[in-house]
Design a protein around this ligand. Structure first.
Ligand SMILES: [Zn+2]
Length: 760
């Protein structure tokens, strides 16, 4: 075999698309219908729903046990809008919830004869959204999972002509009559004759409206037909009772299918024989060909001919059925997207006329194609800039056929940051101290929010009480809610007041936000400017740099940011990192506390100046005054005079030997289960909580040790300080994702800005 033959042969084997196009008989179709009823019986709304659910899957609820949950959940839209696209679209959490809720409503069969208008300001990514959505729909609809069948009539010449043999001549005689009626040219008459005598057993007549084959069963008989066909199982029950399947019993086939059915029935006198000419084939979606999906741009001129025919096919039909008036193979361009999606990119230019025409059709449910009425059951999408609303002012005010879905700029912080990562690469994060990148996103989003939020103020009546972590407009808190996060700094009482009703009110406000402020495009430009100026190998981007950028370097940007927001953001940042440093130092570190206390209890029995190995922890202890004081600081607090410390140590030693050791440990208790241990533990934690940092911050040695961490000089410090600093830095890295340098920088920042005092 030469290479050409081999290449062709391989191609021949690997291309199997054509198999999908193969038609099956109505009987085979019914087999499939009974085997997979919920897959075969689907209209465009149901397929669209399945498509979204296939790509997005279930949402994640971060608070699954929350009784006030409104199921405002996280949907991973990566596969739907990003994977395999030329331009990714980023749906924020708010929009993703809006979209999923809409699609769920369609699935439940909520009113469907509407035009769905996605309304968003320029730069919100509307056209990217629609292109990606339609691309995924087209792909899905052509897979086995998303595939539906459509009618194709296969007229059997042999059967039909045997019924009318004697009539053929009659027909030929009547050609002259046809000539008058249709003004056919001589050439066309010859074509028609040829068609009659043409070889081949069948004439295939596709349904241009992509009707589901089950619609060929006369409407009045469908219920009893399905009753016979299906077992009495859940699927049947759903089909018969659920609103989403109402269309199955209500929809008429297109005029071509119904007239063909009538003509054939008239001829064959047997429905069974008619059904033997009904075939089913996969409904192939092809946006470029305008089949199943069609999208119009404002500049696309209206077609000269809105009504389509197929002369060749018409002649054949006429020839075969003799009576040329019975079946008119005539349809409008809307038929091509019947049971599919019809989209308008932006309502201006010619799309304004299209929308108005569409509105009339949707209101009526049918439209006239010459003297025929054509059904239109499609999913109608349109995109609109708010300022283009005026173009349809005469219909929008009173129409309940237009449903608007808001598509504002991104309002969810995580999505905003995801966009920067996508555009500039994941490595950008390495140039920021933790939280600073997200704070950049917060600044951008603050410009998009309304400064006064009735819903937030109704919930939290005195915003000032959160002055340490939040701005007075509560935008920072609202941003958290939009990302699906309820901050831990909320007071218990406010947490309780965050009822389902209030949550809905807050989320509903997002519909009126994001139409102003920095657009998606602006944000990327600003970020690019910021990042390219400040990203350096040797220094990470800090809050000071961020603040400076928006206030000093580009004061014009600051004008779009609500007054006082940057200050509040900085305060929240300071508060948050202070908590991180505190927590990393000791806070709630049970293991560390326990180790300290066990070592302390063991050591009080020994003279200062000796070295011992602790029986409980196996730590080697250098028992010095420094060692005792390091722990007593936590047991007694700061500023206690030396005599009291010594007295405390002595009393502890006395109790340890007199009762702990002899009455508890000797009788099998663990040291950590003893009364003395518990008492010390309580003291330790109490002091820790209130004054975790103070001792360190007052200690110049500690500050210097942090600066010298990871350097040669670090070795010269006292053992206790070394271990505290190492512990702190390691915790910051492991718990809060700092790098070593970042952790060091943030500690120095906390100390130098005296944050511990600011927040007492
Ligand atoms: Zn049809």
């Amino acid at each position: 075999m030469n290479s050409i033959d081999r290449a062709i042969s391989n191609l021949n084997q690997s291309i199997d698309d054509w198999k999908q196009h193969t038609s099956i008989s109505f009987g085979e179709f019914l087999d499939l219908l009974t085997a997979h009823p919920t897959r075969v019986v689907r209209n465009v709304f149901q397929v669209f729903h399945d498509m979204i659910k296939t790509y997005i899957e279930g949402g994640i609820d971060e608070y699954p046990d929350d009784p006030e949950s409104i199921h405002y959940v996280y949907y991973d839209c990566h596969r739907l809008f990003i994977e395999g696209t030329d331009h990714p679209f980023f749906a924020d959490r708010l929009f993703a919830n809006r979209l999923v809720n809409l699609v769920d409503a369609w699935k439940r069969g909520a009113q469907q004869n509407k035009i769905y208008i996605f309304e968003g300001p320029p730069g919100s990514g509307k056209s990217t959204f629609l292109n990606n959505l339609l691309m995924k729909y087209e792909q899905f609809a052509n897979t086995e999972e998303g595939m539906r069948y459509e009618v194709i009539w296969r007229l059997d010449r042999k059967i039909l002509s045997s019924h009318k043999k004697q009539e053929v001549n009659h027909f030929l005689d009547d050609l002259s009559k046809l000539l008058d009626e249709y003004e056919l040219t001589q050439e066309e008459i010859i074509d028609a004759k040829a068609a009659l005598q043409e070889e081949g057993e069948f004439i295939d007549i596709p349904c241009p409206s992509h009707d589901n084959p089950l619609l060929i069963i006369p409407k009045d008989h469908r219920r009893s037909f399905f009753d016979d066909l299906f077992r009495n199982d859940e699927a049947k029950w759903r089909l018969f009772t659920e609103k989403e399947y109402e269309w199955v019993f209500k929809t008429n086939p297109c005029t071509i299918c119904s007239s063909l059915y009538q003509a054939l029935l008239h001829r064959l006198k047997s429905p069974a024989e008619v059904f033997s000419m009904v075939y089913a084939r996969p409904y192939q979606c092809n946006r470029r060909m305008g089949e199943g999906v069609s999208v119009f741009n404002p500049g696309d001129r209206p077609l000269k001919q809105n009504i389509l025919t197929n002369e060749m096919l018409q002649k054949r039909i006429n020839a075969l059925l003799r009576d040329s008036n019975q079946v008119k193979y005539l349809f409008s361009t809307y038929a091509k997207t019947n049971n599919g999606i019809y989209g308008l990119m932006d309502i201006k230019g010619h799309n304004t006329e299209r929308l108005i025409e569409l509105h009339n059709i949707v209101s009526e449910g049918v439209h006239k194609v010459e003297d025929l009425e054509e059904n239109v059951n499609s999913l109608f999408f349109a995109l609109m800039n708010p300022e283009d609303k005026k173009n349809i002012a005469n219909i929008q005010s009173f129409s309940d056929r237009l449903e608007y879905i808001k598509m504002p700029y991104v309002l969810d912080l995580n999505t905003e940051v995801e966009i920067y990562r996508n555009v500039f690469g994941k490595q950008i994060e390495l140039n920021f101290l933790p939280r600073v990148l997200h704070n950049f996103g917060r600044v951008i989003i603050s410009s998009r929010l309304k400064s006064r939020s009735e819903a937030m103020l109704e919930w939290i009546e005195e915003p000032q009480k959160y002055g340490l972590y939040c701005d007075e407009n509560l935008q920072l808190l609202k941003m958290e809610i939009y990302t699906g996060h309820i901050p831990t700094w909320l007071e218990e009482e406010d947490w309780k007041r965050l009822t389902a009703k209030r949550r809905r009110q807050i989320i509903a406000e997002s519909e009126t936000e994001g139409g102003q402020g920095f657009s998606g495009r602006d944000a990327i430009k600003i970020f690019n400017d910021f990042y390219s100026t400040y990203a350096r190998k040797d220094q990470m981007i800090t809050m000071a740099i961020l603040n400076n950028f928006f206030t000093k370097v580009h004061p014009e940007l600051n004008e779009q940011i609500p007054h006082g927001f940057l200050d509040s953001l900085l305060r929240m940042y300071n508060y948050t990192i202070l908590q991180e440093v505190k927590e990393s130092l000791y806070y709630y570190n049970e293991e560390r506390i326990s180790r300290d206390l066990q070592n302390y209890l063991f050591a009080v029995n020994f003279e200062v100046g000796t070295t011992q190995t602790c029986n409980y922890t196996w730590d080697k202890l250098e028992i010095t005054d420094g060692f005792f004081e390091g722990i007593e600081l936590w047991l007694l607090g700061e500023g206690v005079d030396h005599d009291r410390i010594l007295a405390f140590r002595k009393a502890t030693q006395k109790e340890y030997t007199a009762s702990t050791l002899t009455q508890e440990i000797m009788f099998g208790k663990q040291v950590t289960e003893t009364k003395l241990y518990q008492a010390l533990h309580d003291r330790y934690v109490h002091n820790l909580k209130s004054k975790a940092l103070d001792p360190f911050l007052a200690n110049e040695n500690f500050r210097r040790a942090i600066k010298d961490y990871d350097r040669e000089e670090f070795k010269t410090y006292d053992k206790k300080i070394k271990s505290d600093v190492t512990f702190l830095i390691k915790n910051l890295c492991s718990k809060f994702r700092y790098t070593k340098n970042g952790a060091r920088e943030v500690c120095i920042y906390v100390i130098d800005n005296d944050l511990a005092r600011q927040f007492t």
